[in-house]
Design a protein. Structure first.
Length: 336
């Protein structure tokens, strides 16, 4: 049976009764769900406090938004899984995705995306460095109609070395992605249709920010401060950061290949010019002699060739890695 929807006529302001289906009425009154994805790697000390803050904040949002919290255990070795199981036993809205080993932060986020049932999904760090209030600010923009809301770092309370390395990395990334904020972003909200678009991307070597910006939906950027880590040391070591930078940069940029072409052209041009100099000197009866110029040319050209082969090898390795079609994560256990 149909229901009646009471509204005012736009022309004369006269009230009318319009026949609507129950499905249409349900869409008007249906509570929308927000899925919060939290990748976890050795965060046992902060998980209980994070969950307390996060749930308290989510429950303070507008009544029209329900929530689920998806914790993805990315091969933790410090007892994080035990804490997560305790949270799952106490809160029915907790979903626990336990991966078979450590696959990395981005695969863990994607695993959370794949198991999210909400109308929108947002990821947040497990180390309490992202303020949980940012989730509400992003949800508010989503309620206004935004498909993607990116929370960029306006300031960060990290060490000088981390800030300098991050600034340098994002300077390189912005050459290929000029819409990327100077401080980058790790926290983002995606509507269901934006999420389904991002999930169509199947590369193994992923760049989280690049994938989100590539799909083409309008992006709303809002600032946030990155808080100081309250306890423990980050497991995201310099080695991991460097590997992620190389992997992600080569996935979004052809600049190294083009730089190689430019260097090759300039080297060839210099070779032609030097050839002219040598021929001119020969015609004047003063040809260059000695092994120094020859050795310099061999060393410079040999070094350039090895560097170029290394860059080409990085791209070829990624092609080979893609052809193996291995999954980017494996789920060992799922508690929903």
């Amino acid at each position: 049976m149909a229901g009646f929807y009471h509204f005012f006529d736009e022309g004369g302001g006269k009230a009318k009764d319009k026949l609507m289906s129950h499905a249409q009425l349900a869409n008007l009154t249906r509570m929308r769900t927000l899925s919060v994805v939290v990748p976890v790697y050795n965060n046992a000390e902060t998980l209980a406090e994070l969950h307390r803050q996060l749930v308290g904040h989510l429950e303070s949002l507008t009544p029209q938004v329900d929530h689920e919290v998806i914790y993805v255990n990315d091969g933790s070795t410090d007892g994080s899984l035990v804490v997560l199981k305790e949270l799952r036993a106490k809160d029915a809205r907790v979903v626990l995705v336990d991966l078979s080993r450590n696959f990395g932060q981005v695969p863990a986020i994607i695993a959370g995306w794949d198991h999210a049932r909400g109308d929108a999904v947002v990821n947040i760090a497990a180390d309490l460095q992202d303020p949980v209030e940012q989730v509400g600010r992003m949800a508010a923009e989503w309620e206004k109609g935004a498909d993607i809301v990116a929370s960029y770092r306006e300031e960060r309370q990290d060490g000088l070395g981390s800030r300098l390395a991050s600034s340098l990395a994002y300077s390189f990334w912005r050459w290929s992605l000029p819409q990327l904020p100077p401080g980058g972003f790790d926290t983002a909200l995606l509507s269901r249709r934006a999420l389904e678009a991002v999930k169509q991307l199947q590369e193994r070597n992923r760049f989280f920010q690049g994938d989100i910006l590539w799909v083409g939906f309008d992006v709303k950027f809002i600032p946030q401060a990155r808080l100081a880590r309250p306890t423990g040391a980050s497991g995201y070591t310099f080695d991991k950061k460097l590997r992620y930078f190389l992997k992600s940069y080569l996935s979004v940029s052809y600049l190294p290949i083009r730089f190689m072409s430019l260097v090759g052209f300039l080297t060839a041009l210099a070779g032609f010019v030097y050839t002219g100099v040598v021929l001119h000197a020969y015609t004047q009866g003063k040809p260059p002699f000695g092994w120094t110029p020859i050795m310099l040319a061999i060393l410079i050209l040999g070094g350039l060739i090895m560097i170029m082969l290394g860059i080409i090898g990085e791209y070829v390795w990624r092609i080979y890695d893609e052809t193996k079609r291995k999954p980017i994560y494996i789920v060992k256990d799922l508690l929903r």
